[in-house]
Design a binder for this molecule. Sequence first.
Ligand code: HEM
Length: 428
Amino acid sequence: MTTSAVPAHQGTQPGPSLSLYHLLDPEVLANPYPLYHRLRTEDPVHWDIFLHAWVVTRYCDVIQVLHDFSADVTPTPEHLTAIGLAALNPIAQMMVSQMLFMDAPAHTRLRALASAAFTPRRVAMLRSHIQEIADSLLDAVAAGSSMDLLRDFASPLPAIVTAGMLGVPVADHLQLKAWSADFAEMLGNFQYNPDRIPRVLKSVEEMTAYFRAAIREQRDHPREGLIHALSTAEIGGDRLSEEEVIANCIVTMVGGQETTTNLIGNGMLSLLRNPDQLETLRADLSWIPSAIEELLRYETPSQHTTRMAPADVELGGKLIRKRQAVIAVMGAANRDPERFADPDRLDITRVDNRHVAFGWAAHFCFGAPLARMEAQIAFETLLRRLPNLTLEPGPLVWRQNLGLRGLTALPVRIADPESAARGAAFHG
Ligand code: HEM
């Protein structure tokens, strides 16, 4: 802390119009980048009077927040009760056992046990399974003339992969998807939606019962997957409790679905809107790993995350008080011209592309290797089997989720259904 820093609400502050809350406006939701640009240039460490939180948009500051600030942001039952939100207590109780909301040393312990369960070997084992799912989803639509890329491909693919990853019946994937969508509405949003609480509570209750039953059933009948691996992971005699296994199955299940769906959906939209880049990729599919990184940077699926200041800290000339909330906007950091040349241009051949779409430091995405592999298979299969996709004319509708950036639907035309069928025959 230094004494020269300006406390919140003092000094020259841009007006209240400069708020992340504008993401609720449909035109800002459709294109948040001008708002991020204003925040980054006019007030990069900004006290948002509507959100009662600091909003940080420069790459270097986002890195510092993710590296140094506390992830222990879940409100205590006492706090929730005091502000009249006691109904949320069961959700908060479960979230405090999720690795995402912990600091060291509790986080280090949990992450180490989870990593022992989710090894590179386990991720690699999912590869052929993911390819089969991708192909069978396209088999179902390839003979037609159009599809909704989200409904028909980008949504079910991660849901089915998640079932396999957890080690539960594939037939449960629609249920996993529905729970995950409910929980994501709460995770990704700022706005307080009292009407949604009963539904999220019900989902949390159902997911908890589902995973508890699966853990117990797998004691006698183990299945390959994360539920069993987390239940049996052991480091120096230390193991996860049943509540910890449940809480972290839930965070992994939610973390792995909405984000991956949005990477595929937003990514395909970005390519269709930038035909030169799509053409480069189609012509040489070996660009796919590089393209995935660029699509993660360009339309970041998880736009921001929240931390708390661990002490009074100076950042960008502002004084952030201990325990004040700080929103680190990865979607803005990934478009920072100080870090990325010509940041608003999609360039699938970009080098030195160290984006923050998977976060940074201790909480760096636990599922990043799986997400990357899944996206690579998804794009490779789509481009090989449906090489002539075009956007259907009409307005695009973005989901009203301010953190998890994604479309409600992505209608596309399969210009040449025949080539899709030939691609399938060639593949299989
Ligand atoms: C494109 C897909 C994905 C994106 C963009 C993404 C993004 C992120 C980000 C930004 C974080 C850090 C959040 C923070 O620091 O507050 C994170 C953490 C996490 N992600 Fe992902 N994720 C993706 C896929 C996955 C998958 C497939 C899984 C599951 C296998 C997963 C599981 C997790 C978990 C468990 C954490 C918490 C890690 C920790 O706290 O130590 N994610 N993810």
